[in-house]
Every structure is written in structure tokens, then in C-alpha cells.
Design a protein around this ligand. Structure first.
Ligand code: FAD
Length: 484
């Protein structure tokens, strides 16, 4: 059967479009965190949308499951081929044309395999901003970013990836091509299929291109690094800055002293702008498209007031673009830098902003009680409620012994998140990693509706099966749904 399928596949793809086992598939099969072993039936690299559509039809004829893949930077095992049946990896990397930049509509139409970084640079070269910033931007693709509804540093102001989507083009699970690209800001004609595909992690269809809304480039910018005594103080600062210059805050990142220690060890020569041992640090970035000098004065006025209120113990304002970049390099290196500390158990969570200080204090107290010596490195996008609740192994504990506590620690962290009305998956998605917790924690009515949508749009269960949701295709109830 496999031989028939591969022969049929070779007939619909061009020569560079098919990579077979025996060739080097490492780039496609390597999973970022090394948690899953991906072993694909083959890797297909269609050159255009028509070829992708023919490829999907070929998979349907043979009942072969498909795993769409972009830059393979996902952190939840969404792009790995490791299901019970052998699966075909479909890389979108050859669909990377920039189709159109329409300045009157402030809309950029780009293909799914274009990296986020390259897309951002194309927009900037013509005076526009695509306001999505991820440390993985030079590898992550537009298709992957939309399929995971990525967040990042600027979500506080611009929202996550779905807020940029005006229209999509996609190949659906029956091989049909949905041509939904559009610069329209208003279109209430029927269900919003684009928003259904955004965040669906490749389980409902394959995104091939997107129309993205652009913003003007900034003409004033103020970047400051603050030392603060506690998360409660960080919240007080956010409250004041938001009231004064709310529309201009592009990032409000919080980091503990341990994160700074990891980052400085990882980047020899890097210097923390304030005392690195300050218990907590804030990176504040504000900008505005209107020209003038007022933003700096307004931000400084807020920070002076917060120094007087003792919520800020030290401040350094970047004096140049290079200094602002150096601040950001420290922040962006934390994830990688943490590896030197040993095993880290990572949780990408969201909690209501008002609940953050109490949530951090109480959850860390319970964790320290349960796992003495545990080293919390809780950092991230405080301003939109998204924390990377990362926990590094105690110095005195062996890596294996710490790993063995993973389920117990996840239970403690996620139950605390749910107790304050938070989410177990803020920006990285569900994939394979959080599927069990999705089943346990999602609203039952929502879960039921999602399973029905999946069965309706992918009746044979061939689109990235086993990711996000467990869907029973074989029970009598589901068979009935398929016939409906
Ligand atoms: C260093 C680093 C920093 C990161 N920072 C952030 C961050 O700040 N914010 C954030 O949100 N994420 C972050 N991530 C996670 C990751 O970069 C994002 O999830 C990104 O959106 C994935 O894009 P990708 O092209 O690599 O997708 P992949 O990893 O290839 O795929 C991710 C998922 O999308 C599906 N998919 C991919 N392409 C398509 C397509 N064309 N159509 C349909 N489905 C598709 C896959 O099947 C899979 O389920 C980071 C990752 C790393 C390694």
C-alpha cells in the first residue's frame, strides 16, 4: 500500500517536492524540545496551491494522514509525525511568495511558507509594520504563526496573530481550495472561516496564504528597564503607564532575578542595565506613529511617580536603538539560557492580570513546599497576562528525579491556573503536549462543539490526527455525525 501511495504521490509532485526516508529528513523530523520522535512516511514540499490540492486528494484516495509543517518551531508537538498510522509531513516552505502589498488598504498578502521575519522586513521596507514579534520569527512561518494563533511580545497592544488576519486561502480536507483572501475590514457574509482555521493547529485544513492588516511604523519610541520589588509593584507600574499612555505600550515584560542570572551567563559581555540581583525586572517598550517628543516625557513622568511610590527602585531608559536592542537581547535569551540550569518544566499559561501577583506568590509557595529547592523562572508577557511559568530543577536533585515529578507539578500549576480563571495554553497551543489537559479542563459544551466541527470538516480524520482533540470517528454517534 505504501509503495502504491508513494508512486501516486510522485505523480502529483515535482522532483524537489518529494523527500523519502533514506534522504536526510532531520530538519523536518527534529522536534524543538526533543520530546517526540517524528518518523514520517515521506516529506512532501508542494510548489504551489494546485499541487498541494492534488496532494491532499492523493492522501484521501489512500487514506494517508497529513501533518502540515511550517518552520517546525512549535513547542507543543503539533508538527510531528508520530501517530499510530504512518503520516505524511507536508512542508509549506516552497510557498513563500509575497503576493501583494496594498498600501491604500494597509494589507499585505503573503504565502504561508514565508517566514514571519521576512514578511515583517518586506512590510517595513515599504513603511509598514506587521506587529507580531516572536524570538523564533526568522524560522516560524506565516502559516505556522496563524495555525497556532501565536502571541509574542506585542500582544498587549495589537492582539495575537488572529487580530491581523483579514482573509485566508487554504486547502481544505477534501482537497478543495478555499479562496478567501481579502483586504476587507468589514465582511459579515456568513461564518468566519478564516478565524476558525486560525489556531486550529493544522487539524481543519492547510493555510496557503493570508491577507494581513498592517499598521504604520513608529516615529517615537521609549524603552526602559526597571527594577521592581515584586509582581504587585509591576502591576502598579502597568496600571499607571496604561492610564497615561495606554495606546502606546507595545510590551510590558517581567523577569525574575534568576532569569537575568541565566541570561547573563548565556551571553558573555551582556550587562543588565540595573542591579541584576533586583528581585524582579520590567522591560517596558512604548511607541507611537505620530511624530513629536511627548511620549518620552509622559513615560518618564509615570516612572518618577512610581519611584516615589517605591514600586520602582531603579530605572534606565535606553538612549539609542542599539541600547534598546541590547535590553531586548537579554529578554529574548532567557528560554535558551535556562537550559544551562538543568531540566526545566515549562508552562505557557494565562491568568487575569489582576490575579497575577497573588497567583505567583501562592503557587510558588505551594511548589516550594512540595519540591524544596525548586528554582522558579517565571517570566514573560505580564502585560497581556501570559506567563512562562518555568520551573528549573533544584540544584541538589538529579534530573531524572525532577522529571519524574512532572505530572504532580503540572497538576499543581494547572489547577492553580484554572482556580483563578486562567488558561493552560496561552500562546503555544495544545498540540500533543497539552491534549490531556485540554480534555480535562475545557468547557464540556465547547469540547463537544469542537469535536463536531472537526468531524464535519475532516470526516476521514486525516488532517493532523491526534493533535489538540481526541475525536472518536468510529463510535456509532460519530458515524451518524459523518452521515449528517
Ligand atoms: C525560541 C522560540 C521562541 C518562541 N516564542 C514564541 C512567542 O513569543 N510566542 C508564540 O506564540 N510562540 C512562540 N514560539 C513557538 C513557535 O515559534 C510558534 O508557535 C510559531 O507560530 C510556530 O510557527 P512554525 O511555522 O514554526 O510552525 P510549526 O512548528 O511548523 O507548526 C506549528 C503548528 O501549526 C501547524 N501548521 C504549520 N503550518 C501550517 C499551515 N500552513 N497550515 C495549517 N497548519 C499549519 C502544524 O501542523 C503545527 O500544528 C517560540 C518558539 C521558539 C523555538
Amino acid at each position: 500500500m505504501t509503495r502504491d501511495f508513494l508512486a501516486d504521490l510522485a505523480g502529483v509532485l515535482d522532483a524537489p517536492g518529494l523527500l523519502l526516508p533514506g534522504q536526510d529528513l532531520t530538519r523536518y523530523e527534529r522536534e524543538w524540545r526533543g520530546r517526540y520522535e517524528s518518523r514520517a512516511l515521506a516529506v512532501a514540499r508542494p510548489a504551489d496551491v494546485a499541487m498541494l490540492s492534488a496532494l491532499v486528494e492523493c492522501c484521501l484516495r489512500h487514506g494517508v494522514a497529513m501533518v502540515p509543517q511550517g518552520g517546525n518551531t512549535g513547542l507543543v508537538g503539533g508538527a510531528v509525525a508520530c501517530g499510530e498510522r504512518r503520516e505524511l509531513l507536508i512542508s509549506l516552505e516552497r510557498l513563500r511568495a509575497v503576493r501583494k502589498l496594498d498600501s491604500d488598504s494597509a494589507c499585505l498578502t503573503v504565502e504561508a511558507g514565508c517566514t514571519l521575519g521576512a514578511t515583517t522586513r518586506v512590510a517595513a521596507a515599504q513603511g509598514w509594520r506587521l506587529p507580531l514579534a516572536l524570538a523564533s520569527g526568522d524560522s516560524a512561518t506565516i502559516g505556522g504563526v496563524l495555525a497556532t494563533n501565536a502571541g509574542g511580545n506585542e500582544t498587549i497592544r495589537f492582539g495575537n496573530a488572529r487580530h491581523m488576519v483579514l482573509g485566508l486561502e487554504a486547502v481544505l480536507a477534501d482537497g478543495s481550495i478555499w479562496r478567501g483572501l481579502s483586504p476587507l475590514r468589514k465582511d459579515n457574509a456568513g461564518y468566519d472561516l478564516a478565524q476558525l482555521l486560525v489556531g486550529s493547529e493544522g487539524t481543519l485544513g492547510i493555510i496557503t496564504a493570508a491577507s494581513l492588516a498592517l499598521k504604520p511604523l513608529p516615529r517615537q519610541r521609549e524603552v526602559a528597564w526597571l527594577a521592581v520589588p515584586s509582581p504587585a509593584s509591576a502591576l502598579a507600574v502597568l496600571r499607571r503607564v496604561r492610564q497615561a499612555v495606554g495606546e502606546t505600550i507595545t510590551a510590558f515584560e517581567v523577569m525574575p532575578a534568576l532569569a537575568i542570572e541565566f541570561a547573563l551567563a548565556h551571553r558573555p559581555g551582556a550587562r543588565c542595565p540595573v542591579d541584576p540581583q533586583a528581585p524582579w525586572h520590567v522591560l517596558l517598550d512604548c511607541d507611537c506613529a505620530a511624530a513629536g517628543q511627548w511620549l518620552g516625557e509622559a513615560v518618564l513622568e509615570c516612572l518618577e511617580a512610581e519611584c516615589a511610590a517605591e514600586n520602582v527602585t531603579d530605572v534606565v531608559v535606553a538612549q539609542s536603538q542599539a541600547q534598546a536592542d541590547a535590553f531586548w537581547q537579554i529578554r529574548e535569551s532567557i528560554s535558551d539560557a535556562q537550559k544551562a540550569g538543568g531540566v526545566s518544566l515549562k508552562h505557557d499559561i494565562s491568568v487575569p492580570i489582576a490575579a497575577i501577583p497573588g497567583f505567583i506568590d501562592q503557587t510558588l509557595a505551594r511548589l516550594r513546599d512540595r519540591v524544596p529547592g525548586i528554582r522558579p523562572c517565571v517570566f514573560g508577557h505580564f502585560g497581556d497576562g501570559n506567563l512562562h511559568f518555568n520551573l528549573t530543577q533544584p540544584r541538589e536533585m538529579a534530573a531524572e528525579a525532577f522529571r519524574a515529578r512532572e505530572e504532580e507539578i503540572n497538576e499543581l500549576v494547572f489547577s492553580s491556573v484554572l482556580a483563578v480563571g486562567g488558561s493552560i495554553a496561552a500562546e503555544h497551543g495544545i498540540g500533543l503536549l497539552r491534549k490531556g489537559w485540554m480534555a480535562k479542563s475545557a468547557d464540556p459544551a465547547a469540547l463537544f462543539a469542537m469535536q463536531r466541527i472537526k468531524r464535519a470538516l475532516d470526516p476521514l480524520g486525516l488532517m493532523n490526527p491526534g493533535k489538540v482533540l481526541e475525536v472518536d470517528y468510529y463510535s456509532s454517534a460519530s458515524a451518524g455525525d459523518i452521515c449528517d
